[in-house]
Design a protein around this ligand. Sequence first.
Ligand SMILES: *[C@@H]1O[C@H](CO)[C@@H](O)[C@H](O)[C@H]1NC(C)=O
Ligand SMILES: *[C@@H]1O[C@H](CO)[C@@H](O)[C@H](O)[C@H]1NC(C)=O
Ligand SMILES: *[C@@H]1O[C@H](CO)[C@@H](O)[C@H](O)[C@H]1NC(C)=O
Ligand SMILES: *[C@@H]1O[C@H](CO)[C@@H](O)[C@H](O)[C@H]1NC(C)=O
Ligand SMILES: *[C@@H]1O[C@H](CO)[C@@H](O)[C@H](O)[C@H]1NC(C)=O
Ligand SMILES: *[C@@H]1O[C@H](CO)[C@@H](O)[C@H](O)[C@H]1NC(C)=O
Ligand SMILES: *[C@@H]1O[C@H](CO)[C@@H](O)[C@H](O)[C@H]1NC(C)=O
Ligand SMILES: *[C@@H]1O[C@H](CO)[C@@H](O)[C@H](O)[C@H]1NC(C)=O
Length: 756
Amino acid sequence: MMMGYYTNYICSFPIRHLILLFLITLTALQVANGDAQKDFYIVFMRDHLILNEEADVQQKHVDLLSSLKGSETDGRESLVYSYTKSFNAFAAKLSEDEVGKLSSMGDVVSVIKNGYHKLHTTKSWEFIGLPPTAKRNLQVESNIIVGLFDTGVTPQSESFKDDGLGPPPAKWKGTCDHFANFSGCNNKLIGARYFKLDNVPDPEDILSPIDVNGHGTHTSSTLAGSLVPDASLYGLAKGTARGAVPSARVVMYKVCWTNSGCADMDILAAFDAAIADGVDIISMSIGGLSGNYTNDSISVGSFYAMRKGIVTVASAGNDGPNLGGVTNHAPWVLTVAASGIDREFGSKVVLGNGQIISGVGVNTFEPKQKSYPITSGMDVAKNSKSRNSSSLCIEGSMDPKKVKGKIVYCKLAEWGADSVIKDLGGIGTIIESDMFLDTAQIFMAPATMVPSRTGKRITDYINSTRSSTAVIYRSQEVKTEAPFIASFSSRGPNPGSQHLLKPDIAAPGIDILASYTPLKSLTGLNGDTLYSDFTLMSGTSMSCPHVSGAAAYVKSFHPSWSPAAIKSAIMTTATPMSSKRDREAEFAYGAGQVNPTKALSPGLIYDMDDFSYIQFLCHEGYNDSSLASLIGQESINCSKLLPANGEDAINYPTVQLSLKSKQEPTTGIFRRVVTNVGPAQAIYNATIKAPKGVVIKVKPTSLSFSRVSQKRSFKVVVKANPMSSEVLMVSGSLTWKSPGHTVRSPIVIFNPMARH
Ligand SMILES: *[C@@H]1O[C@H](CO)[C@@H](O)[C@H](O)[C@H]1NC(C)=O
Ligand SMILES: *[C@@H]1O[C@H](CO)[C@@H](O)[C@H](O)[C@H]1NC(C)=O
Ligand SMILES: *[C@@H]1O[C@H](CO)[C@@H](O)[C@H](O)[C@H]1NC(C)=O
Ligand SMILES: *[C@@H]1O[C@H](CO)[C@@H](O)[C@H](O)[C@H]1NC(C)=O
Ligand SMILES: *[C@@H]1O[C@H](CO)[C@@H](O)[C@H](O)[C@H]1NC(C)=O
Ligand SMILES: *[C@@H]1O[C@H](CO)[C@@H](O)[C@H](O)[C@H]1NC(C)=O
Ligand SMILES: *[C@@H]1O[C@H](CO)[C@@H](O)[C@H](O)[C@H]1NC(C)=O
Ligand SMILES: *[C@@H]1O[C@H](CO)[C@@H](O)[C@H](O)[C@H]1NC(C)=O
């Protein structure tokens, strides 16, 4: 699910534009049957019960509900699901009144309301420096299990062939049953389950882990797909498709459904199962909901996963280029932005006067004639009243007689103008848009997209003659400058905390080729007859599995590293990106572009345990009772914890200082501890880059290690002058360098008083 549609206090993009991105193929916003789901709640219990037998715990849930409802039958009926493996909670259908009563009952630590989230290659791995020849630790890699929470999977896809793989590793405790329309698991796809606890029928989906959407097949094959030579989309983007860790095992937890999206209670059920099943990495290309770390299912579930040593990697969201839309921004989650690789897909358009114009998009159709008549949408209106709509090629606004046999030029309103024109007997569509030109849309009929500047040349030409003609050619790959951050990728600042830079990292998420489902046409649009085993998709949904893959790759060399250590290794070795190309700088790309091979050997890591995160949340003002859903205790007394340390109270691999005054300089002291994971004897010296108006000092400036796992502390003092309200942020960096290693942390100074 794409994240962040719920952060609508910042996001002002019309949803219809977002529909342009494949991510959004779940039409989930207006969930049907509102009444039925208004009443689902997730009730977190004190976790001591979990030490008991599963059946006992479930009986406790029934007992609690029975005492609330007044009868065992009603209690049993209202219980939707018991989470008993990895944390102690249950989902139930309740009235607001009952929620009030429950909240004050013993053993209940918190109650959160169920909500619905949305969904938010060949080439891409080489581009970030993980060629097929990269060194691999195959023995351990084949013991790595990656779990995806998504729309399901296509088991017969070539990406999930299990050639050369032995039986699942012994730690695997999960299942793969027989399901409708699902051919079953093998030694590559070792597990598949689905959760649909609301029980609301979805006629456009199948109650089975089968993927009717294509999203889950795409993300899982990007992460860990086996090698598939000669993969392409109708000859485009041709190459060998593969995941980052082709020997790792894949498990699909289907939690996202065509009509309803991805429910909190299903997401939590997937966490409960995946943690107990023995997965090593959880990858979720799903949207987050609120800025609150204690009541969002992804934040809460990933906290439980982190406590069991599992890294959760999640997409940052597709709410860019607006600011502040980044989601899944909990400090224990690795939050991924989307970047472009050095290839685009473009089509040539030749006008009757000989002018050649280039458009963007994937158009797999070769023209049958040298030219066709071209007209403006406005000129083929049904009547004078429909001119505005027909200029946008909106269904029902055009006269089929005037469209037949022609190419129509219109402005972008909704995804699918190509389908509307084809349906009316038109030959093709040229769409004008100044947004999302960095992402190639796939067209189901001849079409391309041009910016308004180019569009003007086309309309001028149409107006200049009575017999205007044009032709749209098949798309070709075009080399571009990269990396850069996708326009749609959600930006910081982090709405969840002013002390935490998000997103963390960037990875390829534009026009990524990976496996697809045979159950849906390429666009899913009316009249589309194109099907393919592989397709191109764009979104932070596609960048997320690249980083999940990098995390699995790191884990295959360092199986004992904590989730924070793996995160740190990936972030401090990222390739820095440039604010010249991306104005929002770290708010767009975090630490930079992921570099999996460098992440194997970071030299130093910023490590943390679950207690460190609790300390951070206490420092953020979360109080005792609201932390209960994370730790499964009635309360934790924040003031009893060690005094929180420094400006941000967290040992994070990046630094963010928020200005506190318009008049006075702001000073922040950041305390950090690094652990030596490189050579036993090493000396690291600090290199500081400070932006104008900011003084950054580090103490000490040299760290000397004599053994592996040795820790060293240092502090960073950042003093920043007030900034004009025109400036949102500036950034510098601290880099620890030894002869063999470079450990880089961006330092961001954020101006919350900025106008944006
Ligand atoms: C979570 O908390 C935030 C802020 O306290 C609130 O806005 C949001 O509605 C809550 N969400 C749920 C699902 O309770
Ligand atoms: C799923 O299986 C049922 C029963 O075998 C069949 O009728 C249906 O066509 C299948 N659906 C798809 C999408 O293959
Ligand atoms: C068409 O759009 C123009 C400019 O946006 C507006 O003034 C006009 O009222 C619209 N006409 C109709 C029929 O909607
Ligand atoms: C083309 O001509 C039509 C009227 O024939 C006019 O409404 C339109 O604005 C013209 N377009 C351009 C780009 O000049
Ligand atoms: C915890 O925070 C909530 C809201 O922020 C407040 O209503 C409550 O009194 C606080 N509890 C304690 C023990 O401070
Ligand atoms: C987060 O949400 C929980 C539950 O809605 C609430 O008790 C708590 O006060 C919120 N915390 C913050 C910092 O908003
Ligand atoms: C939390 O700990 C502090 C310091 O030990 C103590 O004064 C306070 O009473 C405790 N609060 C609760 C609710 O137990
Ligand atoms: C680190 O600094 C020390 C003292 O300034 C210097 O002797 C040493 O050569 C430096 N090492 C590196 C790798 O720059």
